[in-house]
Design a protein. Structure first.
Length: 143
């Protein structure tokens, strides 16, 4: 079921997932200290849990089970003492690859603009943070 306010403001679950994965990759890439990095990893775990559930429920080709398992395992490993830079870079890369596949050729910034307009039209639900709203939409839609 797409997230919709009017005909001009719609966002599919795949687009929502694409944006959430791209933002999670950005947060991992930009994390400058341990608390920020751990927060980015937790967000990445939530995104992948939701994306994996949606992909299985809706029979999406991407991400497949192997991708989801790899992303979840790597996220978990990175949050412990064994996290390595190459694992983090691989995680960022898979986030961006799957994001691009889910966006189906659409520009991620155009998706971001539509998502922001929908979020504002709805009165900025789930607090004042669009990122949390995206996660909540995926989690609620996946149940």
């Amino acid at each position: 079921m797409p997230i919709a306010m009017s005909c001009r403001h719609t966002l599919s679950l795949a687009e929502t997932g694409a944006l959430a994965l791209e933002d999670a990759a950005r947060d991992l890439d930009r994390a400058a200290d341990a608390p920020t990095f751990l927060g980015a990893l937790e967000r990445n775990r939530r995104v992948w849990r939701s994306i994996g559930h949606l992909a299985a429920m809706r029979s999406w080709q991407v991400p497949n089970r192997r991708m989801v398992a790899y992303a979840m395992k790597t996220t978990c490993q990175a949050s412990g003492r064994g996290g390595r830079d190459d694992q983090i870079l691989a995680l960022i890369d898979i986030n961006r690859q799957v994001s691009a596949a889910l966006a189906e050729g659409s520009d991620i910034e155009a998706i971001r603009s539509r998502a922001h307009a929908i979020w504002e039209d709805r009165g900025r639900p789930f607090g004042n943070d669009m990122d949390h709203w995206l996660l909540e939409e995926m989690e609620v839609s996946g149940t």
